[in-house]
Design a protein. Sequence first.
Length: 274
Amino acid sequence: MLLGSQLRRLREARGITREGAGYSIRASESKISRMELGRVSFKTRDVEDLLTLYGITDEVERTSLLSLAKEANVAGWWHSYSDVLPNWFPTYVGLEGAASLIRVYEVQFVHGLLQTEAYARAVVRRGMQGASEADVERRVALRMERQKHLVSENAPDLRIVLDEAALRRPYGDRDVMRGQLEHLIEISERPNVRLQVMPFSFGGHAGESGAFTILSFPESDLSDVVYLEQLTSALYLDKPEDVAQYERTLEEIQHDGPGPDESRDLLRGLLQLT
């Protein structure tokens, strides 16, 4: 995505159309569009030809961008789990790992970054009915691996609102749910985590369209991405007007719901009832 956005910026600065850029590398306009969105792999020759077309002759700049192309083609650690993942999800895992800010509204269950291993296993078994135990365990292992990023040295900021429904809907037995609530209370104390709970008592609120995630990146060239998961696919929205609408919705939910301290009290209350 970073390389694609830089190629788009260079193309636009030279006033070259996508069609013109595609012609120069023996490709279609749609291929250039996919490259600029970071949705296809990059051939070194194509990047070299585009840089020449865009007038990039400085060897330092060319080398930097070509190195980025090589990095972009290296498979991430999560690709080893591709056999147990839907085909749209590896893209999300890569984006999540690159994000510096992750903003979430979740209603069905606790978000994957905050699940305990036991709770994750119960969620995966429910979602992968008929799968072998080995496949279930590999999916759980991926989820636990994703969570390492949240507590790493370069951890992203996580701003998450969980609907009370996600906390009251049982996955696993009583001990699993107790462990999950205890984990949420503990992790909500981390400086990079802001956890809020939207209680039933508030009534209707702005999150009526369902769960969504907004990913923001440290590179200024990268636009924010909204991730919407569906039953058989996922949507990745990056148009500024779309992102802005989801940002406004999340801000409204955050404003209307209890703050982090009150939300921890709510979690403790639910823990006593479990």
